[in-house]
Design a binder for this molecule. Structure first.
Ligand code: PMT
Length: 390
């Protein structure tokens, strides 16, 4: 959790400085406390006033600024929970690696006993230069963490590695960094999104699931240190780094993907909305319009949750119930008929709950209890669900 954390942000002089305005805004919205150090070169790109405004904090420029009672490069390090240097230019990385404390940022780095994270940003040739690479390796050997630069169009109009990672991903990195790894050593399978079942060569049936619920569970599980397998229907609400993702379309594909990992898993969370019915006969051609009504026969589809509940050993198996009426009664029936350990019941008709929202309202149902939760983000609900894994 970033909320309440003290983040010391060091900004060195690269064009990517402008991205830090968005970074500050995102960190403040997440509830972080900021203090900022800018190098003289950084100030050439963006005025400190912009960062004071976006970061809601003081910006330190040099050692000799004001008449400080405290020794500020020492005090800032004591205050910080983490020191993030973004962008970290080739020059700043070089000075860090070689202890050249000729500015306030580097002096603060050398005085810092907390974790230091750098987000390098520079031209591809500069990045690939053996001297820069050696300096980065040196910093890694000293325990500095590196948010690797992305590939893309650079300010010098070339395409290559060296773009500072996007602010949203830096925030994501910090979220991960600050989260307690209480699920470390656990393997968790999460299903997400809809499945589709074909009608003919061009048509299919599906439902409105966006995948947001399942993806949030996968992302939070990853942050908490779990080994995550995400089995996703044909949706992609956002990217999650560092997990195993398997894309599927039909129920049978979803079942087969889960089957590969189930025996070694500690938990299965079925947030997906698999299609309940499929066509008895699927035409391998496009069905032509005939001017008459079209009658299709649907048969019940494989129930994936029920299948794995019948195979569970030590795994915690958690299903959802997506209901439009009699929420708790129907969810209880699903708990029993599908033999799940828990059912997360959500009423699709409630404002802020169900398909394609960023929030949900759920009740956690087990054999002997019902816990009604308030409206919360899908990320918050994900953590409530992950707390159930044994
Ligand atoms: O993806 P979002 O847009 O974020 O929306 C989230 C959600 C509404 C899809 C999610 O919160 C949710 O409720 N997922 C379960 C949807 C569903 O299929 O519910 P159900 O009540 O029909 O099924 C009960 C359980 O059995 C579910 O865990 C489901 O994954 C599973 N199931 C259902 C049918 C089937 N053939 N096989 C199954 O395994």
């Amino acid at each position: 959790m970033i909320r309440g954390k003290n983040i010391l942000l060091g900004i060195s002089g690269g064009i990517a400085c402008y991205k830090d305005l968005e970074l500050c805004s995102r960190l403040i919205k997440k509830g972080a406390n900021l203090k900022i150090i800018m190098t003289k070169s950084a100030i050439e790109f963006v005025r400190p006033l912009a960062f004071e405004t976006m970061g809601k904090c003081e910006v330190y420029e040099d050692m000799w600024q004001g008449h400080h009672k405290e020794v500020y490069h020492i005090e800032l390090s004591k205050w910080a929970d983490v020191f993030l240097i973004a962008p970290a230019t080739a020059s700043t990385i070089g000075k860090m690696a070689n202890a050249i404390a000729d500015n306030f940022l580097i002096a603060s780095y050398l005085a810092c006993s907390k974790d230091v994270i750098i987000a390098p940003s520079m031209n591809t040739q500069m990045l690939n230069n053996p001297a820069t690479q050696k300096n980065i390796e040196t910093l890694i050997s000293y325990g500095v963490k590196v948010i690797n630069p992305e590939s893309g169009i650079l300010a010098c109009n070339t395409i290559g590695d060296g773009r500072m990672e996007e602010p949203s991903n830096i925030v994501e990195y910090l979220e991960y960094y600050f989260t307690t790894k209480d699920l470390s050593g656990k393997k968790i399978i999460v299903s997400a999104g809809p499945t589709i079942e074909p009608i003919d060569y061009v048509r299919y049936i599906t439902n409105h699931s966006s995948g947001k619920m399942g993806y949030n569970i996968a992302r939070e599980a990853k942050k908490r240190g779990a080994d995550v397998v995400l089995v996703s229907g044909p949706v992609n609400p956002f990217e999650i780094k560092g997990i195993t993702k398997i894309n599927v379309k039909t129920n049978i594909e979803m079942k087969e993907a889960i089957e590969k990992h189930f025996a070694s898993a500690d938990g299965l969370i079925m947030a997906a909305a698999p299609v309940d019915y499929k066509c008895k006969e699927v035409s391998d051609k496009k069905i032509k319009k005939s001017g008459e009504s079209l009658h299709l026969e649907f048969i019940e589809n494989l129930d994936i949750l029920k299948y794995f509940s019948s195979k569970k050993n030590n795994q915690t198996v958690i299903g959802f119930a997506a209901e439009t009426d009699d929420l708790i009664a129907n969810a209880n029936k699903k708990l029993t008929s599908k033999n799940a350990d828990y059912i997360i019941a959500n009423d699709l008709k409630r404002e802020g709950a169900g398909f394609n929202t960023d929030t949900n309202i759920a009740s956690i149902i087990s054999k002997d209890s019902v816990k009604n939760l308030e409206l919360m983000t899908k990320a918050e609900l994900a953590n409530e669900i992950l707390n159930l894994i044994r």
